[in-house]
Each structure stands twice: as C-alpha cells, then as structure tokens.
Write a protein that binds this ligand. Structure first.
Ligand code: ASN
Length: 492
C-alpha cells in the first residue's frame, strides 16, 4: 500500500510479507522514540523485526490477497469480479439479495456460507415497517481482511485491566497491547494490518469525557487518509457517551469507527475481550460502514443509538429504538438497509464542546424551587426526562422556572423516561407545559447521545435559532424525526 502513516505505531502486526514467507509470520515490535505532540503518547519506531516461534499459520490462497483492491476507495468503486472464480476457500460465500451468486463469490459446498435474511428485531423505527436484509459480511470479509489496514486506539477499560493487591481491577499499561501481539489470530493472513496506539495514560472509562473524545477525533483525523478503518478500545461504563460524541465530532465520516471493550478482562482465561476485539477489527474492515458503531458481544450497534444496559452480562449493550446494524451468530451479518449512506461532503472534525449540561427526571410532584436551584448558570443545556410521550405535572410554577431559563438562552432537550418510544408534543394536554417552556423534542434519542449532541453543538457558539434547529434535527442517525421533507440542517 502506498499509504503514509501520520503517526507511527506503538506496535504493528504486519502480514504483508507473508505471501513470500508463508512459514514465518513476522511480528513487528517497536521501540519508544519521542513524544508525539498530537496524541501526547510516545512515538514508536517500528524498526525491530523479530521472527516469532509461533507455528506457521496456513496462508490463504495467495490469488485472493494479490488480486483484491487495496484501499477502501478502490474497493468501493470496483466490482467484486476481480476475484477469479474458484479461488475462494470453502468457508467463503456471498449471495446477492435476489439469490444469485456473483462469479466472484463462488460458494464451494459450505452450508454455513451465504446470505442471512432476517426479520428485523421486534422494534421498527417509524418508516421501517418491513424486514431488513442482512448480508453475510463474514463471507465477504474473508476476501477482504488482509487487504485492509486498521488504526486502533487503546484508551483503557476492563479489557486490558489486571487485578491489584486489593482485588480490584485497574488499567495495566502495555498488557493488552502485548497480549494482542501474542495472539495467533492477529498474525492470520485474514486479519487486516493493525497498528495500535496505546495512550500514555490508559483509563477506566469513568475518566473519559469530551476532552478525551476530542483527542480521539483528532487522532482519527490525523490518520484518516492512511487507514481503511478505526477501532477504539474503551471501557464499557461510558462507551456509549464516547461513541455518541465521536459521531457528532466526525462530520462526513466515510470509514468505520468501531468502539469496543469487554465485560471480562483479557487476563482471565474465559473472557469476552478476545472476541470483541477480533470481530471489531473485522467490522472495521468493511467498506460499507461509514459511521461510528459499538460492537459488543454479538451486536453491531449505531454508536449514538446504544446504551450500556447490563453490568454483569456479556450482552451489555443494546439500542432500544433502532435495530442492530449487524449481528454475530453462525454468520457475521451487516444489515445494509440500515447503514448510513456514504457522505457527500468532505470529512471534517469538530472538536469544540461545552460541558455545562445537566439532566434530570421529572418526578411526580417535583418542586419548582428544586428545579430552579438546579438550572442556575453556568448551566447552558438541560436534558429533561419527561413522563411518557413528553408529559409533566401541571404546576405552572415549574414551567415558569423553565421558561425563564429558556428565555435567558438555556436549551431544554425533552426526552422520555421510557426506554422505548419517542416524544410527541401535543398528544396530551399534560404535555403543554413541556413545549410552552421552550423545550426541544429529542424524539427517541438516548441520554448519552443527547448529552453528546448538546455538548458538541453548544461548544460551537452558533446563533440560537441554528442551535435549536440542529438540536431538533437528526444529524447522524441518532434520532427518529418524523419530518416529511428531506431538509438537512447546515453546519454539522
Ligand atoms: N467493563 C468495563 O470496561 C468497565 C470499566 N469500569 C470501564 O468502564 O473502564
């Protein structure tokens, strides 16, 4: 690949030489060199090449890796028929929606290969009432993997933690990076080229916020042209906030950014870290994905649609109001009907943010005085979780307090306390106060996404009418807005 790496890697697993030397999988390690002013991490010079004692892995048919396009741009524009018929291994397979098999993807007798047609999950967003076609991305991936390059940013989280003397989990510098280096999967010819940048200070995600998301956005921007996809390794506790924030910071994103983590650390024999990381690398190789996603356990979710829903289960993430974009079962699928369209404009990064946002639930009988105290300056944004479809108590003093805040320039984002469904102003008389106080409907947006969206938009200090319009609009697929026009607001 004639690609220029914007920031040198901490360490790199490289399979590009393997067609020449199928018996020896080369692993590049790296030595610390100097401080990178952009990422504040140590730059590593990938100059130390060590032959490992790993047993040789069976190389894939060289005709596949030799003949497939080598960049996302070329892959997008090129038809798959560049692969000669008969060159695929039995586990590969791809059938188009009408059931025909393109010549490039000849299936050789595997009952596992082929398209998976699934009913969408029980919940359909408005406008999506039918079933969605899920395609077997795993089959497609096995012809793609080794031609792709992925930039991985390791920020911390349980996946790379070890146990301290008191038995509590804490980030262990370099452990995850070294462990990944030693896993045979990462030297497989089917894996993309991987470059990992471990942050100087890896964190429990409780310490990740807008500032760290801006640093991630900056790092993605610096490496955007050099890689086909990005993976962010992150703790689960605030993963949905970071994924949401990244989605708003990255405008016209044309490549996958997959955020993942684990519930069990990689230091345990039984863990979910290994699979989550491997599958995220695979999804990050997709040329169909051009958005920020979370992969966890067995689902690929839109990053700004998901929430952490379980503390102790492996299926810790879910999206209540939007179906998964992909699923991992016997097949690894991508539901193309649901994916964001490739962007029309240039990739652009917005790193500004404003953290002066609070959120609260309306509670039965909530007192205006309490709300008044909560929403004093420097508060600039309020996320208010209302009852049901956007309702609240009728006490006029409550709405006066909120109206006054709105009049002095505080934005009030209206969400529902229900985990499914969306806000509709005007459905009940009990919702009149909510809209009259200047509230802006967040429809079915998650609280993580509402916080991220407000923070990013308020950080840009736009005129109030533009800010209100952006908050009311669907910018990144984060909420289901029932508007009939295809009006897209300017600016984000
Ligand atoms: N599973 C995890 O990653 C939880 C951890 N406390 C974190 O968010 O960093």
């Amino acid at each position: 690949m004639s690609k220029k790496r914007a920031s040198p890697p901490k360490f790199k697993v490289d399979q590009t030489d393997d067609t020449d030397k199928p018996q020896q999988n080369a692993v590049r390690t790296a030595t610390p060199r100097k401080q990178n002013p952009l990422t504040n991490t140590k730059e590593i010079e990938p100059d130390l090449i060590r032959q490992t004692s790993m047993p040789p892995l069976t190389p894939p048919p060289t005709s596949i890796t030799n003949q497939l396009p080598t960049s996302s741009a070329s892959h997008r524009s090129q038809s798959v028929s560049t692969v000669p018929e008969g060159s695929l291994s039995p586990q590969n397979g791809h059938v188009s929606d009408d059931g025909t098999v393109p010549s490039a993807y000849v299936r050789k007798g595997s009952s596992l290969a082929g398209v998976v047609r699934e009913k969408a999950p029980f919940l359909h967003p408005p406008g999506h009432q039918g079933s969605f076609n899920s395609e077997n991305f795993g089959g497609e991936y096995s012809t793609l993997g080794s031609t792709r390059s992925i930039y991985v940013i390791y920020t911390g989280g349980t996946l790379g933690m070890t146990y301290g003397a008191d038995g509590s989990l804490r980030p262990e510098p370099h452990f995850l990076t070294q462990k990944i280096q030693s896993l045979p999967e990462f030297r497989s010819h089917q894996m993309p080229q991987i470059v990992i940048n471990e942050w100087d200070v890896i964190k429990d995600s409780s310490d990740m916020g807008f500032q760290e998301a801006a640093k991630l956005a900056e790092e993605i921007q610096a490496n955007y042209d050099s890689y086909d996809g990005f993976v962010v390794l992150h703790g689960t506790d605030t993963m949905a906030y970071t994924a949401s924030t990244l989605s708003f910071m990255l405008e016209n994103l044309g490549k996958p950014v997959i955020v993942t983590g684990s519930s069990i650390p990689l230091c345990e024999i039984y863990n979910d870290a290994r699979r989550n990381v491997i599958v995220s690398f695979m999804y990050a190789s997709s040329s169909d994905l051009c958005e920020v996603c979370v992969f966890f356990n067995n689902v690929l979710l839109r990053g700004n649609r998901c929430s952490k829903v379980s503390v102790r289960e492996l299926n810790a993430f879910w999206s209540n109001n939007f179906p998964p974009l992909g699923k991992l079962g016997v097949h690894m699928t991508l539901t193309k009907d649901l994916l964001r369209e490739p962007p029309k404009g240039h990739f652009k990064v917005h790193k500004e943010f404003d953290e002066n946002i609070i959120q609260f639930n309306l509670l039965p009988g909530i007192k205006a005085g309490l709300v008044h105290n909560m929403i004093q300056p420097p508060v600039k944004g309020i996320i208010m979780h209302t009852f049901g479809a956007g309702n609240g108590p009728s006490d006029p003093s409550l709405w006066e307090v909120l109206k006054k805040a709105s009049d002095r320039g505080v934005y009030i984002y209206i969400l529902t306390q229900c985990i499914r469904g969306y806000v509709t102003f005007g459905e009940y008389a009990a919702g009149q106060g909510v809209s009259a106080c200047g509230g802006i409907s967040g429809y079915d947006i998650t609280v993580e996404s509402a916080f991220a969206k407000m923070g990013c938009i308020l950080g840009r200090n736009l005129p109030s009418d533009v800010t209100r319009e952006l908050l009311a609009s669907d910018l990144r697929g984060e909420m289901t807005v029932d508007i009939s026009s295809d009006h897209v607001p300017m600016g984000l």
